[in-house]
Design a protein around this ligand. Sequence first.
Ligand code: 26A
Length: 355
Amino acid sequence: MSSPVVVCIGNPLLDIQVSPQDGPKYLEKYGLKSNDAILAEEKHMPIYEDIVANSEVTYVAGGAAQNAARAASYVLPPKSVAYIGSVGDDDLKATLQKVNETEGVVSAYEVQPAPTKTGACAVILSNHDRSLVTTLRAAEMFHKEHLAKPEVAALINSAKYFYIGGFFLTHGIESALEIAKAASSRGKTVVLNLSAPFIAQFFKVQLEELLPHVDILIGNESEAAAYAESAGLVDAAPAQVASTLAVFSKSNASRPRIVIITQGADSTLVASSSPSSSAANLSPSDPNPKVYPVSKLSDEQIIDTNGAGDMFAGGLLGALAQGKTLDEAIEVGHKLGQMCCGQIGPKLQFPKVNV
Ligand code: 26A
């Protein structure tokens, strides 16, 4: 039995990618925004067969929190990271499990019996944008009882860092709350990713139910804007949204909340509810929010941006679990995010490079 330091939970998905050459026609056909992540509605359902039949597609391991798990594992010894989610008993699951294994991640899947299939995400690329259309299938059949199985409970007991994909809140709020409450009451660190604008828009109730138990919140500029809109913060800039979320009520008040907002190629913002506290890992003289510059990639260096945000989050998480400072962890996150932009899909460079 391994003893991971990091446990991630989310929706395991296999990504089916369409190249930027073919992408625009599918954006138009299915009425998709070029940079977005959505749950497939009835009208989107034919897209999976359509892209496989009519374009050259690439299959890659995906699922936002699973990508982050692999990124955290990139900077930690093998089997330091475990990933929990629900899959079908099929070849998609076998593919995901194999990638996790190769990259040192312990898969703690709940497996649904056939004919339920593992979830999939159509990734429609265009320029440097990516439009994600997801059918969750087995992923949304996750049962809270899975967490109590002895082999899963052992992983959770051993971990010090918990990463919850915001996407999981569409169906898994009870499980997320159980993990987060138990972790935060034991002084462990709970990290939540906002995942996509639609989570703040349509799952704000679930988000705000979980938020009090979250120590580190990670999102990007469009998710910050979506939260601002749903919370009535009219025209709030990302920095203001970060500061507002940092001081949202907190169950474990002895530890500050840190909110990290990435902005693509622009600087990353970090707000803290208590910047002077040593647990915030920021210096009292730092501005709040603190601004971390990002080195720009040239157009030619960007293959595709699918998964870059997850790799940022996972890199940061892995670095914190290694005992690095927040400044150092943000740098590791930036490096893995950039590394991912140079690969096809949510992948990192192998053989590993030092970050
Ligand atoms: C519930 N939804 C919509 C999702 C996702 C998702 N992961 C979990 N739940 N929609 C897209 N993704 C994943 O996000 C990664 C890029 O950040 C994709 O699988 C992709 O790998």
